[in-house]
Design a protein around this ligand. Structure first.
Ligand code: ADP
Ligand code: MG
Length: 237
């Protein structure tokens, strides 16, 4: 397999509280380069909180978060924002595209924000849209794109700066079954080409098709873990 020994994610005893609520109760987790890790578990168990921690969108109350070899829990705001834009790609359930920019510009913007010149950013964005099969939709605004097209734009944007880690929170959650399948194929293909993935999902097809490791999350902690071959059938709980 393409999994190397390099650790792209390292969480050490990460705790996160919201007032009296403990959302993450001392989570430790390592993800090697090339893995596709799927986190599954009931609503409210802390999965999104976990992903936001790894994304640097939120900070732990205690514990350490390392991504791509950098301790992001200790970084200042500006450095963290810079790191996030350059090294982490994130895909959302509801796409989070900018409605007043065409698809191509949504993607190119991710490059512009890290200082890539406009022409170069647009060329790279077009190349990505092409790879994802929607080169002809570059001028379209999100409002006229289908759900599947919007999510492809979301994935292209996340890949713009060749991130060390691609995070996805319920990437098929807002898509119909057939469109979801296409996004699953897309994520699988990216991982086969070496992209490290951390997915949070309720979608058992996504986990079964894509994941090289399944993590079961409950009450703010990891309660089960299975490394697997993708070809193995996976019995849903
Ligand atoms: P999941 O993604 O597994 O459904 P979340 O990580 O969204 O779970 O939430 C875990 C727990 O933390 C839930 O009880 C949720 O209500 C709470 N929570 C999440 N974000 C916040 C927040 N910003 N403020 C207060 N409570 C939050
Ligand atoms: Mg969630």
């Amino acid at each position: 397999m393409n999994a190397s020994e390099k650790k792209v994610v390292r969480l050490g005893s990460v705790r996160k509280t919201f007032g009296d609520l403990t959302a993450l109760d001392g989570v430790s987790l390592e993800i090697r380069e090339g893995e596709a890790v799927a986190v599954m578990g009931p609503s409210g168990s802390g999965k999104s909180t976990l992903l936001n921690m790894v994304a640097g969108l939120d900070r732990p109350a205690s514990g350490k978060v390392e991504v791509d070899g950098e301790d992001i829990s200790g970084m200042g705001e500006a450095a963290l924002a810079r790191f996030r834009r350059r090294r982490i790609g994130m895909v959302f359930q509801f796409f989070n595209l900018l409605d007043d920019l065409p698809a191509l510009e949504n993607v190119a913007l991710a490059g512009r924000l890290v200082g890539v010149p406009a022409r170069k950013a647009r060329a790279r964005a077009l190349e990505l849209l092409d790879e994802l099969g929607i080169a002809d939709r570059g001028d379209a605004y999100p409002a006229v794109l289908s759900g599947g097209e919007r999510q492809r734009v979301g994935v292209a944007r996340a890949l713009m700066n060749r991130p060390a880690l691609l995070l996805a929170d319920e990437p098929t959650g807002a898509l119909d079954s057939a469109t979801g399948e296409q996004v699953i194929d897309l994520l699988l293909d990216l991982n086969r080409k070496g992209q490290t993935l951390l997915l949070v999902t309720h979608d058992e097809r996504l986990a079964a098709r894509c994941a090289t490791r399944l993590i079961e999350f409950r009450d703010g902690g990891i309660v089960g873990e299975t490394a697997r071959e993708r070809s193995e059938p996976w019995i849903a709980r």
